[in-house]
Design a protein around this ligand. Structure first.
Ligand SMILES: C[S@@+](CC[C@H](N)C(=O)[O-])C[C@H]1O[C@@H](n2cnc3c(N)ncnc32)[C@H](O)[C@@H]1O
Length: 279
């Protein structure tokens, strides 16, 4: 059976997202500022914006930044983050699935998918956003660089025990990766290059923005990290959520009695695609 999107995909994850997720590489915004038609006059669309992780730092480069996300709690978190960062007036948040675009949002100079394209009906969405970009406009596809190791040599604290956490999640939720009401036995799809090329995009230009400093993470951060993922959102545990959290905390205390862990900020892989035409 093929997996089908449903609105519970990130249910309950937003409140854990900002605390739990590791930041993107520190050089990401300067790289994009140099690569984009971003002179403060254009418009940016962030599809699957989550809690505005990328929208808010990029907002200063555009006249208007619009973030869309189908999860209502993510949209509320995005609004709060924009207000706290003082960019509320140049940002707009719309609860919407990518598949519902263009939704009257008009033309943009850049569109970003930060760890979100794989959750969409990609061929259809690529065609739609291609039509929402001005000639010369850019599509940014970005994600944590795959296959990188996170442990931080030299730290007094141990690495986050990711394998043991994954095993505990499997004990509670079963051997096959969960996603909303469905299962993803083969994980999320990659290979978006063919899809974007078929939709008329040129490229890509690939950049790896190097990861940065070592972060000290608390057990609370690691619990939030776990619950921020679609494969282990709080509702998936149902009435066993409390037991899961207690087991997770015991596991973490066993690895680090001080309750502290070390993790390196991952590198960010960025692909820049362009719509043909004048910039
Ligand atoms: C892994 S999070 C990434 C959030 C943010 N872009 C970031 O980089 O931190 C994926 C986001 O995509 C959203 N999403 C899932 N399916 C979507 C769809 N079909 N259309 C638009 N957004 C979607 C989720 O609600 C979630 O907020």
């Amino acid at each position: 059976m093929t997996w089908e999107w449903d609105e519970t995909l990130f249910a309950g994850a937003a409140e854990h997202y900002e605390r739990g997720r590791l930041p993107y590489a520190p050089g990401l915004v300067p790289l994009l500022a140099g690569a984009l038609p971003a002179d403060g006059r254009g418009r940016l669309l962030d599809v699957g914006c989550g809690p505005a992780t990328v929208t808010v730092p990029l907002a200063a480069l555009f006249r208007e930044a619009v973030g869309i996300d189908p999860d209502p709690e993510m949209i509320r978190a995005a609004e709060r983050r924009a207000a706290a960062a003082g960019v509320a007036r140049r940002t707009r948040w719309v609860r919407l699935r990518a598949e519902e675009l263009p939704a009257g949002l008009e033309l943009f100079d850049a569109v970003v998918f930060a760890q979100s394209f794989h959750w969409t009906d990609r061929a259809r969405v690529a065609r739609t956003v291609g039509g929402m970009l001005r000639p010369g406009g850019a599509l940014l596809h970005l994600a944590d660089l795959k296959g990188e190791r996170h442990p931080a040599a030299g730290s007094p604290y141990p690495a986050v025990p990711r394998e043991s956490i994954a095993a505990l999640v499997r004990e509670y939720l079963g051997p096959v990766r969960r996603a909303g009401r469905g299962l993803l036995p083969r994980g999320t799809p990659g290979d978006e290059a063919e899809i974007l090329a078929a939709a008329g995009f040129l490229g890509p230009e690939r950049h790896v923005v190097p990861g940065g400093r070592v972060l000290e993470r608390t057990a609370d951060d690691v619990v939030a990290w776990t619950l921020s993922h679609s494969s282990s959102t709080p509702p998936l545990f149902g009435p066993r959520l409390g037991a899961f959290e207690a087991d997770l905390r015991a596991l973490l205390a066993g690895v680090s009695p001080a309750g502290r862990f070390a993790e390196r900020v991952p590198s960010t892989e960025v692909f820049i695609w362009r719509i043909p035409g004048a910039v």
